[in-house]
Write a protein that binds this ligand. Structure first.
Ligand SMILES: [Zn+2]
Length: 262
């Protein structure tokens, strides 16, 4: 239930009743003049209800200008881990993909393949994976005035592929502050962080990824992984072990909509 309509004209995903982001937000302080009303900021979720046995596997598809340059000069072969997609397809595992607009434009056939799978949901990870706060790893910063259009444009790019569209959105590096959230307020989206950071982009082996996930995962968890191949080289090796560990714990992968709805 509570699965977003599978069309390009899907209405915004209903706000799930989940624990809001515990990070302090000045918007929670009432009555300060000149402040945006709390209701105008989009909801931020880390996980679904802790009841039941569902967990969400989410895969980010980052793409920056410097990554595109690496592909162009041949130093990197691929930022798309097809083995992950094949595994999920073969085992009929539901998953949610947070796509950057630039990844979609670089890999249109793969995007079509993702959209064509009824078990996969599509979500938004910005156009070019720029930083939406002043200090977000080493990512170059997007001008604040360009934030809203960047994310709106990315929804439009993804919508053309149909399939299970959502209004879920994830900030690059999970970096957001009140200004970034306010820039999203007109887009009818839900910001999805996650409560299980696998650390796969920095891993030098599959084992730490598996350990990081299985140590933290519980019912309702949103697990953050990457489908970016060269930037997350061991995710496909880790995946079967993660799936096995989830099964041993009685946890079942489901789409983000299903997990957030409980
Ligand atoms: Zn990312």
């Amino acid at each position: 239930m509570a699965v977003p309509a599978g069309s390009a004209t899907a209405s915004p995903t209903p706000v799930p009743s989940v624990t809001p982001n515990p990070s302090p937000s000045p918007s929670a302080r009432p009555g300060r003049p000149g402040q945006t009303k709390p209701g105008l900021l989009p909801p931020v979720v880390n996980h679904g209800p802790r009841t039941g046995n569902l967990v969400a596997l989410t895969f980010d598809a980052d793409m920056t200008d410097s990554m595109l340059a690496q592909l162009k000069n041949g130093r990197v072969k691929s930022y798309a881990n097809v083995r992950i997609i094949e595994m999920l397809e073969h085992d009929k595992i539901p998953a949610t993909f947070f796509l950057t607009g630039k990844w979609v434009q670089r890999y249109p056939a793969l995007t079509e393949r993702l959209a064509g799978n009824p078990r996969f949901e599509l979500a938004n990870h910005t156009y070019g994976h720029q930083a939406f706060t002043a200090d977000c790893y080493t990512l170059p910063r997007i001008p604040p005035a360009a934030m809203t259009e960047d994310v709106a444009k990315t929804f439009k790019i993804i919508e053309r592929y149909g399939g299970r569209q959502t209004r879920y959105f994830r900030f690059p590096g999970l970096c957001h502050d009140r200004a970034a959230l306010r820039a999203m307020s007109s887009l009818g989206l839900t910001v999805v962080d996650g409560d299980v950071v696998s650390g796969d982009p920095f891993a030098t082996d599959w084992r730490p990824i598996v350990n990081a996930v299985l140590k933290k995962v519980k019912p309702g968890s949103v697990i953050i992984l990457h489908v970016t191949e060269a930037n997350a080289q061991f995710t496909d090796e880790a995946l079967p072990h993660i799936l096995k560990g989830l099964a041993e714990r009685g946890l079942e992968p489901a789409t983000l909509s299903e997990v957030l709805a409980g």
